[in-house]
Design a protein around this ligand. Structure first.
Ligand code: NAD
Length: 437
């Protein structure tokens, strides 16, 4: 099939590449000229494991091309995907200007029947708004489909190629048929394509992300209580996770959820509920708890240093909002760094992939390392913020020789408590006893 993808961010580029991988002919459009030039010269603008291989293969085989010209991209396309940003607006509701703006531009260019698919995360009623825009600007036949994306950064290629499910919101049999054909190769193992009306499809995405954010937040609260009552959150996690109704995944406590999706989607769903005169109380609590959780490790540090972090040298391992991505949007590390700087601490950071992105935001306010060890020289304490694999079994002897004192604040519970006792570390993690040696 001939496909156009509008917007080549984390979702658009993965979608375009993976659709080309099954033989479709895909043109990706972006307004960012620099990005398009990069991709035209075979360079990926983002870090996403496994993407480069597919990206290069499909460019080489001429199934994947990039342009800044919308008219060229959609001319022959049967299906047009909108993978545009939907950032939070002033009141927390999703800002639809990118999606609706692109819809208007496409409508004006329409010459024959096309299916317009919204892959961006959009509030209930957006499909109706897109339809209205098309009706205002064209008399050509079209269908609008809601097809929310559930991929996770870090495993996005796998998630797209083998999705748990594909949700398609449309009432048009013609569009349904095309979508079923397009996604056929990705659901061969029997995972379902779930057809529904567009409103339910739009809400499904927000409900999924809000549920997951709630699950993480619940566990963070359990962890905080564990500390107060002398329980161990790892034991509690295993104890409840073995119940099938609860499940093992998403039960790890940490420094709060971040990223480009959970924070904005929880906020947008709460706002959407408000606009419909419904007080979605649980979401308000989730946002509240998460805000506190993001700087919990700084609070622990403040307590340890009796409120005086001035001139303390603090090293941070991990900046991306989760491992295996360079994405730092709404990453807890950003909030942690700001709090530490506010208290007069000197902050040194290392992340395997997110260094360029953090430099763009924090500039010369912090010190950047070339590897996880060089930032430890003469620092007072190490804080672990993102659970990259490379931090899981570090060279503790080398760390001890560099650190001023053996002090670790671990926001991801990477290390075994007995091991920290044996190594003689002060070790403060989440929902577990503090090892003070
Ligand atoms: P992104 O910011 O990484 O990418 C958006 C891209 O759109 C950018 O490259 C930007 O230059 C481009 N763009 C903006 N206006 C344009 C226009 N008029 N024409 C062409 N290109 C334009 O965003 P993302 O993370 O890929 O997210 C896109 C949507 O998908 C959002 O609604 C998001 O909530 C949703 N989503 C994201 C993820 C994720 O993990 N990132 C997962 C599921 C759903």
């Amino acid at each position: 099939m001939k496909i156009a993808v509008i917007g080549t961010g984390y979702v658009g580029l993965v979608t375009g590449t993976c659709l080309a991988e099954t033989g479709n002919s895909v043109i990706c459009v972006d307004i960012n000229e620099e990005k398009v030039k990069m991709m035209q010269s075979f360079k990926l603008p983002i870090y996403e494991p496994g993407l480069e291989l597919l990206f290069l293969r499909n460019i080489e085989q001429e199934r994947l091309t990039f342009t800044t010209n919308l008219a060229d991209a959609i001319r022959d396309a049967e299906i047009i995907f909108l993978a545009l940003p939907t950032p939070p607006g002033g009141d927390g509701a999703a800002d639809l200007s990118y999606v609706l703006g692109a819809a208007k531009d496409i409508a004006k260019l329409l010459k024959d029947y096309k299916v317009i698919v919204t892959k961006s995360t959009v509030p209930v009623g957006t499909a109706d708004k897109v339809i209205k825009i098309f009706k205002e600007h064209t008399s050509v036949e079209f269908d609008v489909v809601s097809n929310p994306e559930f991929l996770r950064e870090g495993v996005a290629v796998d998630d797209f190629m083998k999705p748990d499910r594909v949700v398609v919101g449309t009432e048009s049999p013609r569009a349904q048929k095309l979508m079923a054909e397009l996604y056929g190769p990705y659901v061969r193992q029997g995972n379902p394509i779930i057809f529904m009306d567009p409103r339910s499809s739009e809400l499904t995405k927000y409900a999924a992300n809000s549920f997951l954010a709630t699950k993480i937040t619940f566990m963070n609260e359990v962890a905080n209580l564990c500390e107060l009552v002398g329980a161990d959150v790892d034991a509690v996690r295993r104890g409840i996770g073995s119940d099938e109704r609860i499940g093992k995944r998403f039960l790890f406590p940490g420094v709060g959820y971040g990223g480009s999706c959970f924070p904005k989607d929880v906020q947008a769903l709460a706002q959407s509920a408000k606009e419909n005169n419904y007080d979605f109380k649980i979401l308000e609590s989730v946002m509240d708890v998460n805000n506190t959780q993001k700087t919990l490790m700084v609070e622990k540090m403040r307590k340890f240093y009796k409120g005086d972090l001035k001139d303390k040298k603090i090293a941070i391992w991990g900046l991306a909002f989760k491992p295996e991505t360079d994405d730092i949007r709404e990453a807890p590390a950003l909030y942690i760094i700001d709090e530490l700087l506010k208290d007069g601490a000197e902050v040194r950071v290392f992340d395997p992939e997110a260094m360029d992105n953090i430099k763009r935001i924090k500039g010369d306010k912090i010190v950047y390392g070339d590897n996880q060890y060089d930032i430890l020289a003469d620092v007072d304490a190490l804080m672990i913020v993102t659970e990259w694999s490379v931090f899981r079994t570090p060279d503790f002897a080398r760390m001890s020789s560099l650190l001023k004192q053996n002090i670790i604040f671990d926001g991801r519970n990477l290390y075994d408590l007995q091991k920290m006792i044996d190594l003689g570390y002060y070790y403060n993690s989440i929902g577990r006893k503090v090892i003070s040696n």
